[in-house]
Ligand binder design. Structure first.
Ligand code: NAI
Length: 685
């Protein structure tokens, strides 16, 4: 028995078996120290002729969850990963990777340089690089096709797919699943191999050119046609006929160039911003665990939230005001569940267990036994205040009361409950069981323990949460309203709705603002405008067009017409809307003039960025990265641009500042170019 190690990598030698263990908590990310330690360990193994088999494993319940992305922004220090892999392949004895937890990115590539792979059940493997705007840089594009064939590899690499070991086994990427002692199974496997089985020496299975081309095309499409997907697909295809060393060198060359591209830098920014979002410094009290939750209101949102909670393993009491509404709500939850079962996302047995944890009721008192009560009833201050007051009386004093309100004053609701410290906003996005974004709203009197508990619940649901302060529309809807408002001003000034949508979709937005309005229904914003009418600043420029559409019964897709006309679910520009716009301008004595697509893009995004600067200054948004996280996860902003503020501080700076001047001219108030510039300087660092 002998031991050797550098703190992050440990080498144990027991007779003729060497075990190399990577120990870099929490998830064994591959770092410079890890690579150094591995290289030393393999050099030591090479110098000991008695060793016959090697197991490479991870401590902390995980193999290697990926490379340390913080290293990717600067020149990488030696030894780099390919050097380590070459050392494994240069050994004369078999090395078997013992995979558990996650083996992703560089971690999975490390295992592909081994002679065999044994995985614990449920281990997650994959090459997520393309999702981060880069390509695998340590042989992933060359070794994967040698094991799984090109079509499957293209799909895995360009789709940045993470798969379970069980699927990896059927693809040939792992050799066996170990039910018992993983390291023992790996050492047995190494002994059975007897000698080297280098993946690099295998031949890529032949594939029909037409089949390959179709697989390549589909994979690039899955990767949204972004440069990383195009390059990764090209590199993978080299494995068919280019000598492996040449192809590996080409892969490394592309990796080194692409990892510092603006797109890769932007995607890393979003990655880190998502990890940072939802963290609040200096909380004085820990989160409590919630297990039983009551959801009040089983409409669109309540049903989606209830289903998300059930899927996360919680018990849910679903309360409605009458039996009919309750049955409809239960039916909605059942619809989500049976959809997931039909698609194989939830097994029928798991579905049964999930159903058993749902308790529908028409009695509000049934909610009182919960750790947290979340209301998703009508967006009406009186109705919600009444409910919170009643919950304040019914529920034990420690029960947390959460509201899904989109716009209402959470502090007023908190006061109505009589326990403002235990009140929090949990603003989900529709559909609530699908959308990643969650705004956790911290009221003026929300206690630290309540906030911590809300954030912990969000994590349990797999949501990406940002913390918002109380203010009309919190962070997301407030900023979005500024952006959409400017889109409407553009239409008054001379653009057409479809032109604005097209300009923003070309920029990368999943959907233009007018298509979004039609989808969610124009009546929501209409009700809000009516509510705010009395307090509106008379100096504010008011666009009447959405009101005119609503008054004409054009409430969006659900009524067959809104900003667009709909036939058989298909959207098309509507001459009637064009006529309405022209009539409105004539009635107001306003002249319209053609606007460029750039102006449409620059003005809407400038309005968004300007509002973000205000929300940050007011402390409604915690940090610029939260705004980026919200727009990428909740509003269809292109992730590869890094979110609106990241984009504005880098590639979009000139466009945003030009847009800001035009918006200021159009609106006449509410704009402070200097503050926006200062913010962008701060982000660009
Ligand atoms: P909805 O109209 O679909 O559902 C509301 C449900 O609450 C109805 O089924 C109604 O019967 C029930 N309800 C009303 N008063 C009740 C009471 N006293 N006790 C029990 N049940 C009661 O509305 P939706 O769209 O689900 O919205 C609910 C809340 O979620 C609102 O505050 C809304 O602003 C917010 N929200 C809505 C989003 C959306 O996209 N629809 C997105 C995010 C938040």
């Amino acid at each position: 028995m002998g031991a050797f190690g550098n703190g992050t990598v440990d080498l144990q030698v027991d007779g003729d078996l060497a075990t190399v263990v990577i120990d870099n908590p929490p998830v064994n990310a591959g770092s410079h120290d890890v690579r150094r330690g591995l290289l030393d360990a393999f050099a030591e193994i090479a110098s000991r002729p008695g060793i016959r088999a090697v197991v490479l494993a991870g401590a902390n319940g995980s193999f290697v969850a990926g490379s340390d992305l913080k290293e990717f922004g600067a020149p990488l220090g030696e030894p780099q990963l390919p050097t380590v892999l070459a050392a494994i392949e240069a050994l004369t004895v078999p090395v078997v990777a013992a995979l558990d937890g996650a083996a992703l990115g560089g971690g999975f590539e490390l295992s592909l340089a081994c002679d065999g792979r044994v995985a614990a059940p449920g281990t997650v493997v994959g090459l997520p690089e393309v999702g981060l705007g880069i390509v695998p840089g340590a042989g992933g594009t060359q070794r994967l096709p040698r094991l799984a064939g090109l079509p499957a590899s293209l799909d895995l690499i360009c789709g940045a797919r993470r798969i379970k070991a069980e699927e990896a086994l059927t693809l040939g990427l792992v050799d066996a699943i170990a039910e018992g002692d993983l390291r023992a199974a790996a050492s047995d496997h190494a002994r059975r191999l007897g000698g080297k089985r280098r993946v690099r020496d295998l031949t890529v299975p032949a594939v029909e050119p037409a089949v390959l081309e179709e697989a390549r095309r589909a994979a690039v499409k899955t990767g949204r046609g972004r440069p990383a997907a195009v390059e990764a697909a090209r590199l993978a295809c080299l494995s068919l006929d280019m000598p492996v060393d040449e192809a590996l060198a080409e892969e490394r060359r592309v990796f080194q160039a692409i990892r510092v591209s603006p797109e890769a830098v932007a995607l890393r920014h979003v990655f880190f911003a998502e990890r940072e979002a939802g963290r609040v410094g200096g909380l004085s009290a820990p989160a409590t665990d919630v297990e039983r939750i009551a959801v009040i209101g089983a409409g669109t949102m309540g049903a989606g939230i209830a289903y998300a909670l059930l899927k996360a393993g919680l018990s849910v009491t679903l309360v409605e005001q009458n039996a009919g509404a309750l049955e409809a709500g239960r039916g909605r939850v059942e619809g989500f569940l049976s959809g997931d079962v039909a698609k194989g996302r939830v097994t029928p047995e798991a579905g049964e267990r999930l159903r058993a944890r749902l308790s529908p009721s028409t009695d509000l008192a049934a909610a009182a036994a919960s750790d947290l009560v979340l209301e998703a009833i009508f967006e009406d201050m009186d109705v919600k205040s009444q409910l919170l007051a009643e919950l304040g009386r019914l529920a034990p004093p420690q029960t947390i009361l959460a509201s899904n309100t989109s716009y209402l004053d959470l502090d007023a609701l908190a006061l109505a409950s009589g326990r403002p410290e235990q009140v929090i906003g949990m603003h989900f996005f529709s559909p609530a069981h699908v959308m990643k974004l969650l705004e956790v709203v911290r009221g003026r009197r929300t206690s630290d323990a309540t906030l911590a508990t809300g954030l912990k619940l969000g994590r349990r649901l797999g949501k990406t949460a940002i913390v918002a302060g109380v203010g009309e529309g919190f962070v997301g809807n407030r900023l979005y309203a500024a952006y959409r408002g400017q889109a409407e001003v553009l239409v008054e000034d001379g653009a057409l709705p479809w032109q604005v949508d097209q300009a923003l979709e070309a920029f990368g937005m999943a959907m233009g603002p007018f298509a979004v309005s039609d989808l969610s229904g124009l009546d929501i914003a209409w009700a809000r405008r009516k509510r705010l009418a009395a307090t509106r600043d008379p100096a504010e420029r008011y666009v009447r067009l959405p009101d005119l559409l609503c008054e004409a019964g054009r409430l969006g897709q659900k009524t067959g017409a809104g900003w667009y006309a709909y036939e058989g679910g298909k959207r098309r520009p509507d001459p009637a809307v064009e006529a309405l716009i022209a009539e409105d301008a004539a009635a107001a004595g306003r002249s319209r003039r053609a606007l460029s697509d750039e102006a449409c893009r620059d003005r809407t995004l400038a309005a968004l960025v300007n509002e973000a600067a205000l929300a940050l200054e007011e402390g409604i948004a915690q940090r610029p990265g939260d705004v980026d996280v919200a727009f990428v996860n909740g509003y269809g902003f292109p992730r590869w641009r890094g979110g609106p503020l990241w984009w504005a501080a880098h590639e979009g700076r000139a466009a945003v500042l030009a847009g800001l001047d035009q918006v200021q001219a159009a609106l006449g108030q509410g704009f402070r170019r200097g503050d926006v510039e200062a913010l962008l300087d701060r982000i660009a660092g």
